[in-house]
Write a new protein. Structure first.
Ligand code: DUT
Length: 151
């Protein structure tokens, strides 16, 4: 298992609010909690930036992390991410923030310490781009956006 350094930026993390952790041995994501002082009402259509109270430093450029919505909150309450997916660079050392978007039609109150998103670590390949005038012809060529039909 890969080890990633993290910092606790709020004393409630690890005491009042549980540390980020995998819920089961098969979990792909660690739940991220809203590090709030008081409940925050997010009106329908509004977006707000929520602190998590933690910072990570991935360090290794062949890794990154993505912040993804929680399925239940997104499906049942319309609480998703304002940036759709949050990408955490391997050289980022600041606090993790969650852009929370209420895409639903009713206001939703986020409680301090509530699990509102999840953090997934992913492999990354950095490439060198090589400019050419022509590509070797592939079967698909320039066909895209439904070129191969629906079925
Ligand atoms: O949901 C997110 C997305 C990003 N970040 C942090 C980590 C990431 O490494 C940094 C920059 O993110 P990104 O590159 O997507 O933002 P940008 O708008 O392109 O800004 P920048 O100019 O800082 O790169 O912000 C978060 O805390 N939460």
């Amino acid at each position: 298992m890969t080890t990633i350094e993290y910092k606790i930026l709020d004393p409630r993390i690890g005491t009042e609010f549980p540390l980020p952790a995998y819920a089961t041995t098969g979990s792909a994501g660690m739940d991220l909690r809203a590090c709030l002082d008081v409940p925050l009402e997010l009106n329908a259509g509004d977006t707000t930036l929520i602190p998590t109270g933690i910072a990570i430093h991935i360090g290794d450029p062949s890794l990154a992390a993505v912040i993804l919505p929680r399925s239940g909150l997104g499906h049942k309450h319309g609480i998703v991410l304002g940036n759709l997916v949050g990408l955490i660079d391997s050289d980022y050392q600041g606090q993790l923030f969650i852009s929370c978007w209420n895409r639903g039609s009713a206001s939703f109150t986020i409680q301090p310490g509530e699990r509102i998103a999840q953090l997934v670590f992913v492999p990354v390949v950095q490439v060198a781009l090589q400019q050419v005038d022509d590509f070797d012809q592939s079967h698909r060529g320039k066909g895209g956006f439904g070129h191969s039909g629906r079925h």
